[in-house]
Ligand binder design. Structure first.
Ligand SMILES: CCCCCCCCCCCC(=O)SCCNC(=O)CCNC(=O)[C@H](O)C(C)(C)COP(=O)(O)OP(=O)(O)OC[C@H]1O[C@@H](n2cnc3c(N)ncnc32)[C@H](O)[C@@H]1OP(=O)(O)O
Length: 165
């Protein structure tokens, strides 16, 4: 779906709600890197229905949150969402492709301030999002996922880890 020539980024893990190809209930985002930005082309479908004919705000929010999780490959940190704000600027019709682009706005210690925008093929910006991600250590995940799954996630994506978190 995306333009050729951009680097394709691997999913966080196969069952991820946002990008896992093996999660039939997920958004199955395909994400690409363009310099310091990441993007996905997404048309919400009937599974994501809110009001008739329109995407559910939670589905839009999930897409933004997961896409922010791909900016981590650019900044080479492990981090998780602390806050997420979505501005729903216009209704998002089902079946209409939108390009969602995300980037790091600025960093302040462990705080990663991120921003995103969803623009339709017609050029209309229908939603924007801001998030605060906090850098964590791999141990953040070890308490909940199986050792095998956590190990697999980070051997596939060798991001820098840090003390604490
Ligand atoms: C390849 C795989 C990749 C990794 C996997 C990527 C998967 C991506 C999936 C999409 C993303 C998700 O869904 S992530 C899942 C949803 N999110 C979560 O489950 C996170 C749950 N929350 C937590 O676990 C925790 O609250 C943390 C880890 C986020 C933070 O806890 P903590 O480590 O104790 O940190 P804490 O002291 O509270 O805050 C850290 C610093 O941030 C500041 N801070 C805290 N809140 C705010 C705030 N609202 N605005 C400004 N600043 C704030 C604090 O003052 C502090 O500053 P200072 O004192 O340091 O100066």
């Amino acid at each position: 779906m995306a333009d050729s020539g951009f680097a394709s980024l691997p999913p966080h893990h196969p069952q991820c709600l946002g990008c896992g190809p093996d999660n039939p209930a997920g958004l199955q985002l395909s994400v690409y890197r363009d310099g310091d930005e990441v993007f996905t082309d997404l048309a919400f479908d009937a599974r994501h229905r809110g009001a008739p004919g329109l995407a559910h705000g939670g589905a839009i929010s999930a897409a933004c949150d997961d896409l922010f999780g791909f900016v981590l490959y650019v900044v080479e940190e492990i981090a998780v969402t602390r806050t997420l704000t979505v501005e729903y600027r216009a209704p998002v019709p089902l079946g209409q492709r939108h390009r969602i682009t995300a980037r790091l706005h600025h960093r302040d210690g462990r705080r990663l301030h991120l921003e995103a925008a969803g623009v339709g093929d017609d050029g209309v910006t229908r939603f924007t999002a801001q998030a605060l991600f906090i850098v964590v250590d791999i141990d953040h995940f070890s308490d909940h996922g199986t050792e095998h799954d956590v190990h697999a996630m980070f051997t596939q994506h060798p991001l820098r880890t840090r003390e604490g978190g």
